[in-house]
Design a protein around this ligand. Structure first.
Ligand SMILES: C[S@@+](CC[C@H](N)C(=O)[O-])C[C@H]1O[C@@H](n2cnc3c(N)ncnc32)[C@H](O)[C@@H]1O
Length: 219
């Protein structure tokens, strides 16, 4: 096809070629992240809960649910290899508003090396309230959670959900994705915690397709 400006068919052809090459050669950084992720899955399949890191489209859809004009910290739970963390920064959220939690030591180290200016903690989300108290973060406007509630022990998952519900305050939100068809926080648990839920988006481009849920306190 000819360029509408200068009609340079040769340049246009080489651009097409470059684009094709870009797509066909896997980025070594992405390959390394997938390798770390797969290694973590082999160490703890149920604790990781996915074979692949989330796609950038899922990460953007998750981050878009947070109203960054609401004051307070944004907490990421289960950061893995950092795809959501990257989307949070890409959305213009200042690093000092972010606290990133990852329980797996190797994944934590990968994250810490990747995001040297961020608070990246190797911690279990089951200790969320203590961790936030230690970091003086009483006001939280959003939680981005990739925690695999369908595969981690139910009592641990519910203990984390209790703390998430407590810390978000009146204007905050919990954003969670799941591969399942139902809300990963069950109806009785939502009632107990005084939360309302909304399935906001289905990201079919993710492998596997993922549903984005948003929870907030019942007004
Ligand atoms: C499904 S992966 C998602 C990783 C990444 N956020 C993504 O979307 O690609 C879930 C992550 O949660 C972490 N995780 C699981 N249980 C956790 C817990 N109790 N506290 C902190 N992180 C946890 C796992 O180690 C894993 O990295």
């Amino acid at each position: 096809m000819l360029s509408p400006l200068m009609n340079e068919p040769e340049k246009q052809t080489s651009h097409i070629h470059e684009t094709q090459v870009k797509h066909s050669v896997p980025n070594p950084k992405h390959r390394r992240k997938r390798h770390h992720f797969l290694a973590a899955w082999l160490r703890s399949p149920k604790g990781i809960g996915a074979l692949l890191p989330s796609s950038r489209s899922l990460a953007r859809a998750m981050v878009a649910q947070i109203d960054t004009s609401v004051p307070g910290m944004i907490i990421e739970l289960g950061a893995g290899t950092g795809v959501m963390t990257h989307a949070l920064l890409e959305a213009g959220i200042p690093p000092e508003r972010l606290i990133i939690l990852e329980r797996d030591q190797m994944l934590h180290d990968v994250l810490a090396a990747q995001f040297p200016g961020l608070t990246v903690l190797c911690e279990d989300a089951v200790n969320l309230d203590k961790i936030l108290a230690k970091h003086g973060s009483s006001e939280v406007c959003g939680i981005i959670s990739s925690l695999p509630f369908l595969t981690i022990p139910k009592d641990i998952g519910q203990a984390i959900q209790v703390q998430m519900a407590k810390i978000i305050g009146k204007a905050g939100v919990i954003v969670q994705f799941t591969y399942g068809m139902q809300s990963p926080i069950t109806k009785p648990q939502l009632q107990k915690l005084g939360l309302v839920s909304k399935r906001c988006k289905i990201v079919v481009a993710n492998v596997p397709p993922a549903h984005v849920w948003v929870y907030r306190q019942n007004a």
